[in-house]
Design a protein around this ligand. Structure first.
Ligand SMILES: [Zn+2]
Length: 60
């Protein structure tokens, strides 16, 4: 089992407040679906966004 706890928080540019933040990763599912979704939350302004273009190489 691979652990990647250190990747739970990755420095990203918040699309809302545009600060460089340690975004909090959110793993979830769409309601009524099994489709998984990955979201990021800004610890400063609380904005949530989808991971569109990861700046860092994230393991597949
Ligand atoms: Zn923000």
């Amino acid at each position: 089992m691979k652990t990647n706890h250190y990747r739970d928080k990755i420095s990203q540019d918040c699309p809302k407040c545009e600060n460089r933040v340690l975004a909090i990763r959110i793993n979830g599912f769409y309601a009524g679906s099994r489709d998984r979704i990955f979201l990021w939350e800004c610890p400063l302004c609380g904005d949530v966004w989808k991971k569109a273009k990861p700046r860092l190489k994230v393991e597949a």
